[in-house]
Design a protein around this ligand. Structure first.
Ligand code: MTE
Ligand code: HPA
Ligand code: MOS
Length: 781
């Protein structure tokens, strides 16, 4: 019985609720294991003159204390540009930046040791403000650009013009398992590192490079993560380096587990963005020319910022065609931890700019924003070429928009809301539909590859290893289903093994929503190799030359745990029996599969190409209720419709859709990163940093998938689901903007993101002041 398409439980669903699924800190302590922690920079910006570790070493129980001077290899690393120090050298770049690593026999000794380390340093004025960074041109890397047509000319000739500046705040990944790593020494200087990482290969490489080892001397293992959301694509490196350094130097096992507060304070997050935009459009709201200058807050080192910004430029069109476009991007240096990947990877920051522009156009023209969106939506067969030249074929958005508008009774409710708002002095309602067209593939071409190792045993059971890491998103159960179906086995016969660089080399991070696409396809290829060998063996065995049936491997089928010759299906061999016999005949029952996404290519220099294998598409309608006196926000109803092709696991995918949407909703409403003047993060724990909770789930919540079968190029006609739903959360922000538009008709509301209670109240106050002024002067424009 095929298992693909069935909502099988997540591979550790039972383990998660019973506590049997182990996370790093659940692993039993090793003999002689050391507790590891770090001492962070006391200032956001300054110079480090000296570190005195002697007082720390004098603390009983403290075994070691290391600084940059103790690093045997390169102390600087970075995936795109190697500009991030592992331990601070002369420059202090952000508050809490690791300066020294302390290892101790007990947690208490570790805490005492950390306090005892002495530093000599100077403090300089930190650069914290994005606008200040732009003014002083403190940029990381070079400018990115994607452009088409004549923007200046068409801005000038357009019937209407609008311009503005849009800001969106950063976001903490808020994985429940903090950054964590364990390392222990092997023989001859080798190291094993267990890391809560999305990228074991990256950890292996960085550890080898920083510690002066060959990659062959380091093994990195990741069984699972307690969430990552992009926050462990690169940021798992520093904790892994800390324990690797201690293990290398002391010859003892070492463990670091960040506490939540430290984790929030010292690790990178979603980039804050400031975008200057200008748009020209006609009386229908159809955009003729669009220009956006994106400035991202990169923090103190490059990290993944260029790739994130690149994805922003590739998503600045959102779901809408525009003939004349110019998108520019720059990364700003500031004295905060290096910002990094977060679900959507720069897509959300750019898409929300476009959705904001469409809401503004609608408000200015006094038209319904849905109609303005339809006027701009990518077409089918026409108006379907993206600014970077990729044709957006298999565009389901027109149908998705129409279907969702009908199902959610968008038009009727918008009328009802207008009536309500006209008569309510206490509350405002708002409604908005926004779309998602998310490009699937790493925009860095070479990352679109994966390999898998499949081992079949003589009892007909299977172990599968790939480069994919499980972070809760369900990649394990999906690959298990794919493999089970290849051999026509029950999924219970297949086990997903911990991700390890020993079995899968040179792998890409589990990211860009494409881990099942890539690793699932690689696993299936490995299965097919084994099946070809088994088919040859079975063909001989099931042939009946007397009856004139020659051996024919192509007639061999795998059905329901049996192997048959399709010409005589009543004669069967159980899969297990065949495997056992095959081994006796020295048939190889293991294979490696390799997959490289075909056809993707993007030229950074020209801003042209086909960066994406396909697009995951969807739309969301959100209704909000705003308290006119406090700015408090509630979400009475949300409708989602998303095209994820033929789902491999509808249960897991539904979880991804709902979870992604709610996480996006948190970004646009309540999650505010607040920094103090010294660059200290003030909202560093759940008491002050507000992620959505169960009571924030929309009262009425309709979640549906759009049935499409045309994604033939991808594994089992499925589509990636991990990140796209996050951007459906933008509908909530747009609905707030829509609600505010009722205060003062034909005036654009300058609402920034997140639309917290304070921000909404600020807008309400501003709008009512404008209203009073215009009422008192009775000006007619
Ligand atoms: N879902 C859970 N439960 N936990 C996570 O950390 N990360 C998201 C998404 N869904 C995440 C998640 C991000 S950022 C990505 S890129 C994808 O999962 C990665 O996994 P995939 O490629 O298997 O979709
Ligand atoms: N998405 C996620 N992670 C990445 C990407 C991307 O496009 N490129 C490099 N790392
Ligand atoms: Mo996801 S941001 O690509 O890890």
């Amino acid at each position: 019985m095929p298992s693909v398409g069935k909502p099988l439980p997540h591979d550790s669903a039972a383990g998660h609720v019973t506590g049997q699924a182990l996370y790093l800190d659940d692993l039993r302590t090793f003999d002689g294991e050391l507790h590891v922690g770090f001492v962070g920079s006391p200032v956001a910006s300054g110079e480090l003159f000296a570190v005195d570790v002697a007082p720390a070493l004098a603390v009983p129980g403290v075994v070691a204390c290391y600084t940059a001077a103790d690093v045997a290899g390169h102390n600087v690393f970075g995936l795109i540009i190697a500009d991030e120090p592992f331990l601070a050298e002369e420059q202090l770049l952000y508050l809490g930046q690791p300066v020294a690593v302390v290892a101790a026999q007990t947690r208490a000794a570790l805490e005492q040791g950390r306090l005892a380390v002495q530093m000599e340093y100077s403090e300089t004025e930190p650069l914290l403000d994005l606008e200040e960074a732009i003014r002083s041109e403190r940029f990381l890397g070079s400018r990115l650009r994607i452009a088409r047509g004549d923007v200046e000319g068409n801005l000038a000739s357009a019937e209407h013009r609008l311009a503005g500046t849009f800001t969106s705040g950063g976001q903490e990944q808020f994985y429940l398992e903090s950054q964590a790593a364990i390392a222990y020494p092997g023989e001859e200087g080798q190291l094993v590192v267990h890391s809560s990482t999305q990228s074991p290969t990256e950890i292996q490489k960085v550890v080898a490079d920083v510690l002066g080892l060959g990659q062959h001397e380091v093994v990195c293992i990741c069984k699972r993560m307690g969430g990552a959301f992009g926050g462990k694509e690169t940021q798992a490196a520093i904790p892994a380096l800390m324990v690797a350094l201690v293990a290398q130097k002391t010859g003892r096992p070492a463990r670091v587990i960040y506490n939540k507060d430290d984790d929030m304070r010292v690790t990178g997050k979603r980039h804050e963005y400031l975008t200057r935009w200008g748009v020209g459009f006609d009386g229908e709201g159809r955009i003729q020319a669009l220009r956006c200058d994106f400035f991202s807050n990169g923090g103190a080192s490059t990290d993944l910022s260029p790739a994130v910004l690149e994805r922003s430029l590739l998503h600045a069109d959102s779901c809408y065609y525009c003939p004349h476009v110019e998108f520019n991007g720059r990364i700003c240096f500031t004295n905060i931890p290096p910002n990094t990947a977060f679900r959507g990877f720069g897509g959300p920051q750019a898409m929300v700019v476009h959705e904001n522009i469409l809401e503004s156009i609608a408000q200015l023209l006094g038209r319904d924003a849905y109609d303005v969106r339809l006027a701009n939506l990518y077409g089918v067969g026409e108006r379907n070429v993206t600014p970077y030249g990729q044709v957006f074929d298999k565009n389901h958005l027109p149908e998705i928009f129409a279907t969702l508008a009908a199902r959610s009774q968008y038009k009727g409710r918008q009328k009802e809301i207008a009536n309500f708002n006209a008569n309510s002095r206490l509350q405002l309602r708002g409604l908005a539909m926004t779309g998602v067209k998310f490009g699937i593939s790493f925009t860095t071409k070479f990352l679109n590859q994966g390999n898998a190792l499949v081992n079949v045993y003589t009892d007909g059971t299977v172990q599968v290893s790939t480069g994919a890491t499980e972070m809760g998103q369900g990649v394990n159960i999906k690959i298990r289903q794919l493999v089970a179906d290849e051999f026509a086995l029950d999924p219970s016969c297949v086990v997903m093994m911990p991700t390890s660089t020993e079995k899968n080399n040179n792998t890409s991070p589990t990211a860009a929503s494409s881990s099942t696409d890539i690793n699932g396809a690689a696993a299936v290829r490995a299965c097919q190799k084994i099946k070809r060998r088994l088919a040859e063996f079975a063909a001989e065995r099931l042939a009946d030359t007397e009856a004139g049936l020659q051996a024919s491997p192509r007639q061999i089928d795998f059905v329901d745990g049996q192997v048959i010759d399709s010409r005589r299906p009543q004669v069967k061999v159980p899969f297990a029996q065949l495997c056992s016999d095959a081994r006796r005949q020295r048939v190889d029952l293991g294979a490696r599969g390799f997959f490289a996404t075909p056809g993707v290519d993007f030229n950074r220099e020209t801003g042209r190409g086909t960066p994406f294998f396909y697009y995951t598409q969807g739309a969301a309608v959100a209704e909000v209720l705003v308290d006119r006196f406090t700015g408090q926000l509630r979400i009475p109803r949300v409708d989602l419709l998303i095209d994820i092709g033929q789902s491999i696991n509808p249960g897991v995918d539904r979880g991804q859709i709902i979870g992604g949407f709610i996480q996006g909703m948190g970004w646009v409403t309540t999650e505010a990163l607040v920094y103090g003047e010294r660059g200290e993060l003030l909202s560093y724990s759940p008491t002050t940093y507000k992620i959505p909770v169960i009571t924030d789930v929309p009262t009425e919540f309709h979640v549906a998938t759009f049935d499409s079968t045309d994604n033939v190029q991808n594994i089992r006609r499925s589509k990636a689901v991990g990140e796209p739903p996050l951007m459906m959360g933008i509908s909530v922000w747009a609905a707030v903007k829509n609600a505010l538009s009722y205060v003062q008709p034909n005036r654009c509301v300058e609402l920034s993101l997140p639309a917290t209670g304070e921000e909404i109240l600020r807008c309400l106050t501003e709008l009512s002041q404008v209203r009073e002024q215009s009422e008192s002067t009775m000006r007619v424009e």
